[in-house]
Write a protein that binds this ligand. Sequence first.
Ligand SMILES: Cc1cc2nc3c(=O)[nH]c(=O)nc-3n(C[C@H](O)[C@H](O)[C@H](O)COP(=O)(O)OP(=O)(O)OC[C@H]3O[C@@H](n4cnc5c(N)ncnc54)[C@H](O)[C@@H]3O)c2cc1C
Length: 406
Amino acid sequence: MIYNTIIIGGGVSGLMCAYQLAQAKVDFLLIEKKESLGKKLLLTGGTRCNVTNNLDIDTFIQNLTLPHKRFLYSLLKDFRPSDILKFFYENNCPLVLENDLKYFPKSNRSQDVLEVFLKKIPHHQIKLNTVVSKIYKYEDIFIVECSNAKYKAKKVVIASGSKSYPQTGSTGDGLKFARDLGIEFTDFTPAETHIYSKQVVKEFAILQGSSLKDIVVKIKATNKRSQGDVLFTHFGLSGPAILHLSEDIYDYMQKQKVILQIPLGSLSRSEIDEVFNKSRSKNMTILKTLEQCTTKRIASLLLEKLQIENKRINEISKNLIHKLIDSLLGYDITVDRVQDVTKAFVNKGGISTKELSPKTMEAKRLSNLYFIGETVDLHGPIGGYNITIALSTAVAAAKDIISKST
Ligand SMILES: Cc1cc2nc3c(=O)[nH]c(=O)nc-3n(C[C@H](O)[C@H](O)[C@H](O)COP(=O)(O)OP(=O)(O)OC[C@H]3O[C@@H](n4cnc5c(N)ncnc54)[C@H](O)[C@@H]3O)c2cc1C
């Protein structure tokens, strides 16, 4: 038997592609290596699934770190966050807005997002517990080799994810298939993840579990920066600003030692100067002065670190005041390592977008071969970007397959 289409991978991108083909009555087979579909989807958003966000396309794209982010423009134009809202609403899984940015299912259950797909994909068109090991083309037909059988199809969609969370089935197989098929890619590396720092563990033990709100973290001696909350943990640093910067930290660490500059408060230099000047006129203690610039805990910690006694501000040397202000504005933290690629929420890298049509996700070198979802070199920060990318790339491939099949 020759299928019209074989979809490899039953994550959110493969499921959306299968859903679209099922609705259009295009004959397909969905092959999934695990014993059930959508294992990663169920974990997303702390099992609540942050499906998408309320950003317009320009802001969505602007917030990505990818140099080739414009590739997403036509894909998102054809299937944008508002189309995702409509899709889930029409499938009895309404999404609700949270913090004026992220959309979650009203039920707060990722299982309900998965059910939308499971209800519409015929069971007999799904093969579970089936690992695809090789794909090649013989004349006009693709041969998909699995552990237990060979399947044939006119078209193949590779939706096998990245290397993040291999327990969900995503073990980077898409890159192996790409190599065999002569398609260019870059290896998967960690993105959106935590960092380890012995210095933080040693020097900031007292701050574990607390966070600095809405600060700008910089990688020292580079122009890389990220704004958001930073969380002190028992292993180093986490929080949105660190997660977002982690892929750059990883890249720089391959070449050099990475030092982060973390402001220990949210005041600017001129605001800090103003606080210090007022304190001088009232001759307040240095601790009381610092407490107006940062939290009480950090204020005491800074004095301890710089070995400054809690005297009146006018009794403290200018040199020490400069050191204090510099530390407040950007404390140097040495990074030991970035969380492993397998434990990162998302991976950077994958199939080069230069290899793919930005309208259809079809490979330019090999017609009727498609790559969708996180297996492609497209990713975003936390906040519904990645599932949006998975869904819009899936819809683009499905539309092309449907148009060729009818
Ligand atoms: C803990 C966690 C939370 C997240 N939360 C969010 C969130 O709330 N919002 C958001 O937008 N993004 C989130 N993400 C990211 C998002 O989940 C992924 O970007 C998205 O699921 C990728 O979908 P995909 O279909 O491309 O790949 P995957 O979901 O990884 O699916 C790939 C599928 O292919 C199968 N497969 C792989 N190789 C083979 C093979 N050889 N043969 C057969 N089958 C194979 C796998 O078993 C798997 O089922 C989160 C990620 C993690 C890890």
